[in-house]
Design a protein around this ligand. Structure first.
Ligand SMILES: [Fe+2]
Length: 307
């Protein structure tokens, strides 16, 4: 039996924190990630009206808008949904799991296991949290990007998971990334069939497997039936957890994106974060820091998480 702090995350290739990496992990049998524990978690957060239990249209496709509801479809109860998770298109997600005191230590354990891969940058990690996804075929999580770095771990069932390099601006262009990081808008992050061949991971994830994705890596996933499981209902239910975090580097980039968006309004065409020499990058970072805080005080800017 695995004890607290014993579980590891390994990279199947030399790890690069700026790239998509295939990983393996030992969290699949964690008691807090069983369907029963997650049912209790969802009920706790739902009855506290936190808005952190989310539902998606069972007919979502790759190009669908990533719109989540906080009301279960057809007025169903959380228990009813968990009793019938194997039904086609079931999709329930639990957001910002750290808000539940029982789950903080699990998130810290995953971060500690991952920190050994990340190296030096792990010392600047802040605001780590987790998102848990429970779904049945043929449900699909549409194409999107996130602002955090992400250790995405498959816990139960099978998923086809596609991810694109975080710097692939042919798939998601600079303005679309800026729109998401600065304004929280995915309006310009759009799925196109011709993106498919550029996915750097396009594979079937099984329990014990996962993907590390840096901030702004586009991704989407599809739940598949497992053919090697004799329990017909369990074979259909996928459970995954994305443990996410920010670092000094994601913060630096976010503030440069913010400054860039302000400069753009003044008619400039600023270069993306990481594209200038170090003194200019530092100047832009501090400029972004001051501008976001000033505009926020004036009520003209809403600072996104991690900024
Ligand atoms: Fe995501």
């Amino acid at each position: 039996m695995t004890g607290i702090g014993d579980r590891k995350i390994r990279s199947t290739h030399p790890f690069d924190a700026r790239k998509i990496n295939r990983i393996e992990h030992e969290f699949s049998d964690h008691p807090l990630l069983s369907a029963q524990a997650l049912r209790e978690l969802a009920k706790r957060l739902d009855s506290a009206k936190t808005g952190k239990v989310k539902f998606i249209d069972p007919n979502a496709e790759a190009g669908s808008d990533f719109i989540l509801g906080t009301q279960p479809p057809q007025g169903r109860s959380i228990d009813d949904i968990f009793d019938n998770l194997h039904e086609p298109g079931s999709w329930i997600a639990i957001y910002e799991v750290r808000s539940d005191p029982e789950y903080g230590p699990l998130i810290d354990e995953v971060i500690a296991a991952g920190a050994q891969l990340i190296g030096q940058e792990s010392q600047t990690i802040f605001d780590s949290d987790a998102y848990i996804f429970i779904s049945a075929p043929p449900s699909l999580t549409p194409f999107h990007i996130d602002r955090e770095n992400n250790f995405f771990l498959q816990i139960q069932g099978q998923k086809q998971f596609s991810a694109w390099d975080p710097n692939d601006r042919n798939t998601v262009d600079e303005l679309a990334v800026e729109g998401w990081i600065v304004r929280g808008s995915l309006a310009d992050v759009n799925w196109r069939e011709h993106h498919a061949p550029r996915a750097v991971v396009h594979d079937d994830l099984l329990p014990g497997q996962g993907v590390f994705m840096p901030s702004t890596s586009a991704h989407m996933s599809r739940t598949l039936p497992r053919h090697d499981n004799t329990d017909r209902k369990a074979a259909l239910v996928s459970i995954s957890i994305g443990v996410v975090y920010y670092t000094a580097l994601t913060k630096r980039y976010a503030l440069i994106y913010a400054l860039n968006s302000f400069l753009r309004k003044l008619g400039w065409a600023p270069r993306p974060p990481g594209d200038c020499i170090q003194p200019i990058e530092s100047l832009k970072y501090y400029g972004g820091w001051i501008a976001t805080r000033l505009l926020e005080r004036m009520g003209r800017f809403h600072r996104q998480r991690g900024m």
